[in-house]
Design a binder for this molecule. Sequence first.
Ligand code: PEP
Ligand code: MG
Length: 878
Amino acid sequence: NKPVYAFEEADSKKRMLLGGKGAGLSEMTRLKLPVPPGFTITTEVCNKYYENNRKLPKYVMPAVMKNIAKMEKKTGKKWNSTKNPLLVSVRSGAAISMPGMMDTILNLGLNEKTVEGFAEQTKNPRFSWDSYRRFIQLFGKVVFGVNDEKFDHVLDAAKAKQGVSDDSKLNVESLKTIVSEYKKICEEHTKRKFPDTPDEQLVLSIEAVFKSWMGERAIVYREKNNITKDIANGTAVNVVTMVFGNMGDDSATGVVFTRNGHNGKKEIEGEYLINAQGEDVVAGVRTGKSIELLKKDMPKSHKELSNACTKLEKHFREPQDIEFTIEQGKFYLLQTRTAKMSAAALVKTSVDMVKEKLITKDKALTRIPAQQLEALLHRTMDESKIKNHKQLAKGIAASPGAASGIVEFDVKRAIELGDTGSKVILVRKETKPEDVPAFFSSEGILTSLGGKSSHAAIVSRGMGKPCIVGCPELKIDYDNNTCTANGVTIKRGDTITIDGSAGTVFIGEVPTVEPKVTKDFEQILDWAQKAKKIGIRANADTPEGAKLARIFGGQGIGLCRTERMFNGSDRINLFVEMIMAENIEERSKILQKLGQLQKSDFIEILKAMEGYEVTIRLLDPPLHEFLPNPEELVEKIQKLESSGNTSEINQAKVVLKRARELAEINPMMGHRGVRVGITYPEIYEMQIRAVFDALVELTKKKVKAHPQIMIPQISSIAELNHIKKIYDSIKKETESKHKMKLKINFGTMIEVVRAALTANELATTAEFFSFGTNDLTQGTFSFSREDVEGKFLPEYMEKELLERNPFQSIDVNGVGSLIKIGVAAGRALRPNMEVGICGEHGGDPSSIKFCHSVGLSYVSASPHRIPIAIVAAAQAAI
Ligand code: PEP
Ligand code: MG
């Protein structure tokens, strides 16, 4: 590649080489749009500059000067001329736009002599000297690192001396004094003479722009925005003929979107300023006028702008974000790039551009970042109102949406308050299954502990309630019903607002905005449904969840966590009684009642999903999760003892005894899943029977129900076969009792590493597999899914030891390999085996792409994520 390309000769497809700005300028030049002449020094030169110990390679400046000569020809102006000088801007521009992060220099080419020529050319000595003083200030700041304040002092002093308050009122004499003072400041700072020749100014400016690529601001920005070397490697430098929007009332500058960036409407949106420079608009120094008004102010330029917008959109097939300048009535384009739009605008423009035959349906689907659609499915905070509120804390964004309410720490009170119509935010250190009834009555959940796959996070996502977890700065004091963060204490009853999409907690009530699923969004979903190959099912465990999933386009349930079905306030006590039962007779009696409740729920869920598969997973969590933790019980007993209620004390002591019996040091790897089913077979028997009974009833009513039974935490074929025997005998018994053949697929989760490694054995019994990637990730990394995000994970990411949170996006190399082993082993024995995924990754776009690529039958995601999953699945297939 050459080091330097004139705009008209560059291949604008080479964004990595030319940067976004350079590519845009050369493309516009080729389209014969009015772009001031100029050239681009490539990003390759930037890298050479660093390899060369921060020095420009020798061949660069001769190439630059050749291009300056070309510019002279095109503009009729002369470099370093005392009559008609060519002035340029020197601008950064990486492949990915990094607004405001790197440096720019304007008005380059002015010195004591050329400034006079410029005055003659513009017939405006005041303007000319003002441009010169601006140049020295910017050059001093960017190239030499002089503190801006020093220049400001001089400017203020000059204004005071002349007795004016506005920069624009400074006369030529004052400006000349300022110029000489400014130079002195630079010379004192650098201990060298201020560079006077345009040649030297240009070399130093080019180097300064390259230097700014490794400036702290730019580095932090790249880190925060995940701009890695493969998408932007170094900055290019664009040298562009100066055009002036500040040459009087027939000059202006502005920034527009070719379509409305908020709602996607087909209208030019943006603002402009008369008699101003581009930086004034971007920096927001003066408030711009709405672009509509340009039609009246400068009708000819407005027409040119509007034609340029149409032409650019047609060419790029994307709404553009454009900068323009009008110099004494002449219209120029200075930049074009793909407009960054809101989710709503992306959806609307996608549909509109297909109608306008600008893009295909495939393009319409792939141009929308699936993740961004989340904003359309949940309440969001009113952006314009956030500034009126103080942020209390920031945690992990665990379940999207925004909600306000009064703080309540106590689960029982949260239920009472919620049921009487108050809006409550439940604030806990962590949550347990027994707390779930309070989730129903709360607007949102905030916990100081836990990560993205902690209990509170998963349950909230399932319910579509906003939730923030892992917020260690929030210190919760249950005894005094307060929580404190950043020096602010919030009491029970105080109002807060949480944003589960950003993880932010605000004090007071921040107004929120209702989501709406528009016709355009429905159209996108419809196209996506047709384009995708992989199935989309829901993680749902209530009839409401199943119905919602179906409305959103879910085709079946990939995971019904049956333990969740015990969370209802009408049954949680029954479940606890079952755990407390002292012998099998007692337990069986309670189980029978629970079986009735489960059966009726299964019936409702299966009905809601008629025609589709519903995978029912047998009980998974360890039993002690349903009991209060022993520490809390001890405290409770102590409190009760001071009040002396003996029967309550005794009751609490019994629970404490059982809770201690069941307690485990490492419960996630403890007595859970199939291990509970093996040691308490009566529980699994009850559940299997409830599924069969539900199917019998529905079959009699001619409802097309397709339940399948799935066993959690399997690590060996021996375990699976042990449960299969129970399943077989209940099946046989039910079939002969009702004289009908019943088909319920029997399958296993693969969420234990050994299960993935012995999937060939498991497939001899299992009719389907479902990867539980939450536990599989936990086991593969030996990272606790409950703790990791609040502990060392952030530091791991900062130190680049992990690129992404593996509990959010599938770790393709590790967990992904286990999935591939499982798929291959299963399908070797059963070629059409249904293999899906039901961990939280099922709703994550990049994980969905992986699942599609390894040929999974479906992904299963919480109901509210289904639309995102559908679009992501379509994108994977396109
Ligand atoms: C899993 O482990 O991925 C899974 C779906 O099960 P749970 O999250 O209920 O442990
Ligand atoms: Mg699991």
